[in-house]
Design a protein around this ligand. Structure first.
Ligand SMILES: Nc1ncnc2c1ncn2[C@@H]1O[C@H](COP(=O)(O)OP(=O)(O)OP(=O)(O)O)[C@@H](O)[C@H]1O
Ligand SMILES: [Mg+2]
Length: 663
């Protein structure tokens, strides 16, 4: 297009056309550029003369071209002025292929009988307001995307990776790190991130001596919170040279919401995995509990028969029969020990909770261990009594607590082959493990719980071992050395006692296992009354109630071997009938009732005992069971004998029952 043509179009306003601050294009009805001013050239990256003759669609990004052609068509047929700022988002295609954000105003222009269009273009990409709006849009989009990922993701690592990537891309930062406090020991650990420096590794622990991550030049750090306490930090860094760093409130707000979202998702993931873990322990517990119960009845029969046989004259002496019987008894005894541990894990052992003075108990255990454990293991104990207490005490089964602590001590010994320190401690619990949600089972009042802890300086456990350590049969020890039931029974015991067991351990950092048990605040009861019987009277008349015929026979024989006269029946009805007949004869024919608790169908041993207590107050009742159901956990007023038992325990239990009546 010649100078003359331009002159014809712009006339005396040619200098104004050139000097106008917006880009100006004059376009004809076909969509060809007829005239362009220098600002239009500058904005679009062409010399003004290059623009002339170009189709206007060539200046529109490809994705918008088709729509643009339609709009232009309509405009030419019904031209009307359209000011700037009326369309949401417009961009123009520059000569180098990049896009520039523009506002466009259109005005029709009549010239020599033709309709031309004047387009005024203003580049707005550099306007701070526009930049801010775009940034906010980007942040919003990034958050929405992260929220979707976070909702679907099942692993902490994946969540951390997605969060770091989101922060980097939205904030256009080269690096974003996520630091998390270890829930177990509150050490700050680098959980992962994007753009890690060569000396930064996921999993590394933040040095205690170094101050916690904080914002500074080229760095924005935002804490992740769970209610009041900090779970960790999101740490974004810009390269020192290229960007001035955090730009202001928008970035801060964005990172705050990101940290909030990550914290909430982390809590969900952790709660999920704890629940899954607890459920797994629960279902394994039910399974083992069922098996162990049946096994116990079998072992009662085996052990009882063996015992009776050993006392038979034919087997007395040093003959081979005696040795065979001894071997069989030992094996059966070992089986009984195993089943007892399984019952302990499945929370079905019979517990006899009473007041345990912790300093006495721990003191006794420590002096025993000092004599038995390797000399290289240094053993200490600390019992912190609360003010005004006469000594710290808890409510639990003493023998079981001792055996739990012994199990822990043996584990500690195994973890310290080169020696080390073993510390037993007890205190009023002030903190509770996260897997024990306070809302569900936690303390009704502060000071309700005692924490008994065994800590060692041994090898510690990897995350994988720690996660499974409480499972029954999980062991890392060579076969023959560990059954993997130690921690399982400790866990079951703590749970059945109404409390919790908790484990803290890291490779190289030793292990601490804590038992949370109900605290006992009242002072110790007076010592047992004098005048107790310690010998079983001969000819003791015993009513035996047991539904399993084999067990009945065996127990009857054992009682007879102890010099008792036995009347055996198979259920509560039989017992009651025998009882009423005797009562009608106005005699008290029995000195003691020994009854199984689970009596097949019909009344349970506990119900029978309750009725007898009304009918004959003062009649000693001894219950026996291979299994403690829920009802038994709420301690019965009667002594309970655990199956399987040998003659000695039977004798002791009978004595206890006789004495408890006198007390
Ligand atoms: N104090 C400890 N230090 C390091 N690792 C331990 C410690 N206590 C337990 N573990 C790990 O946990 C596993 C399970 O322990 P647990 O007491 O349940 O079984 P076990 O000791 O292997 O066998 P068992 O106690 O039945 O003889 C162990 O094999 C060991 O890997
Ligand atoms: Mg063990």
């Amino acid at each position: 297009v010649s100078e003359a043509a331009a002159q014809a179009l712009t006339g005396v306003f040619a200098p104004l056309f050139s000097a106008y601050p917006d880009g100006l294009l004059v376009v004809d009805a076909d969509g060809s550029v007829r005239l362009a001013n220098p600002q239009a050239g500058h904005l679009l990256g062409y010399a003004p003369a290059q623009l002339v003759g170009m189709k206007i669609e060539a200046l529109v990004p490809t994705r918008l071209r088709e729509r643009h052609a339609g709009l232009r068509e309509r405009f030419t047929h019904a031209p009307s002025a359209r000011p700037m700022g009326t369309q949401a988002e417009l961009s123009a295609l520059r000569s180098d292929g990049s896009e520039v954000m523009v506002e466009i105003a259109l005005s029709p222009l009549q010239h020599e009988g033709h309709t031309l269009i004047v387009a005024a273009l203003r580049g707005i990409g550099e306007y701070p307001r526009v930049k801010q709006a775009m940034r906010r849009g980007r942040y919003g989009e990034a958050m929405a995307e992260l929220a979707t990922t976070a909702a679907l993701c099942n692993e902490e690592e994946e969540l951390v990776r997605a969060a770091a990537a989101c922060a980097c891309s939205a904030l256009q930062a080269p690096s974003c790190l996520v630091h998390l406090f270890e829930p177990s020991d509150r050490r700050l650990r680098l959980a992962g991130g994007q753009g890690l420096a060569p000396d930064e590794h996921a999993g590394s622990v933040w040095p205690q001596t170094q101050p916690l991550p904080a914002s500074g030049p080229g760095r924005l750090v935002v804490p992740m919170r769970d209610g009041t306490h900090t779970m960790g930090f999101v740490d974004v860094r810009w390269a020192q040279t290229s960007t001035p760093g955090p730009e202001g409130a928008d970035e801060d707000r964005f990172l705050q919401s990101l940290a909030g979202l990550v914290a909430a998702s982390l809590l969900r993931l952790r709660a999920q995995s704890q629940l899954a873990h607890a459920q797994r322990l629960e279902s394994v517990g039910q399974l083992t509990g069922g098996i162990a119960h049946d096994f116990n009845n079998l072992l009662t029969v085996v052990l009882g028969n063996l015992q009776v046989l050993r006392e038979r004259a034919a087997c007395q002496g040093a003959g081979p029969e005696q040795a065979m019987l001894d071997a069989a008894s030992r094996a059966a005894q070992r089986g009984a020990e195993l089943t007892a541990r399984l019952l302990a894990f499945s929370r079905r052992q019979v517990l006899r909770p009473r007041r345990i003075a912790l300093d006495t108990m721990i003191g006794g255990l420590v002096s025993m261990l000092r004599r038995t454990l390797e000399a290289g293991i240094h053993i200490d104990s600390e019992v912190h009594a609360a003010d005004g207490d006469e000594g710290l005490a808890c409510r639990a089964d003493e023998a079981q607590l001792e055996s739990a602590l012994l199990n822990l001590a043996i584990n500690a010994r195994d973890a310290m082959p080169e020696g080390g320190r073993l510390l037993f401690s007890a205190r009023v619990a002030t903190q509770f493990p996260p897997e024990w949600p306070v809302a569900q089972h936690g303390p009704a009042a502060p000071g309700d719980w005692v924490e008994v802890q065994v800590r060692d300086t041994g090898a510690g456990m990897s995350d994988a071992v720690r996660a499974r350590a409480f499972e029954p049969f999980f062991t890392t020890k060579e076969s023959g050395r560990g059954t993997g039931l130690g921690l399982a029974t400790v866990y079951g015991f703590a749970r059945q006692s109404g409390g919790m067991a908790h484990l803290e351990s890291a490779p190289g950092a030793g292990t601490a296992v804590s038992l949370y048990l109900p605290r006992w605040r009242e002072p110790a009861a007076f010592a047992a009354a004098p005048g107790e019987v310690d010998k079983l009277p001969q000819g003791l008349k015993i009513l035996l109630v047991e539904d399993d015929a084999d067990v009945r026979t065996v127990v009857q024989r054992q009682l007879q071997a102890l010099g008792a006269q036995v009347h055996a029946v198979s259920d509560a009805r039989g017992a009651w009938d025998a009882w009423t007949q005797a009562a009608e004869a106005r005699s008290l024919p029995w000195d003691l009732v020994l009854s199984d608790i689970a009596l097949g169908t019909g009344e349970r041993g506990t119900a029978l005992a309750r009725r007898l207590r009304v009918a004959a107050p003062g009649l000693p009742v001894l219950l026996m069971t291979g299994y403690a159901s829920g009802a038994l956990d709420q301690a019965t007023p009667w002594p309970v004998l655990r199956k399987p038992f040998d003659q000695a325990s039977l004798r002791r239990a009978l004595l206890d029952a006789l004495n408890s009546r006198r007390a």
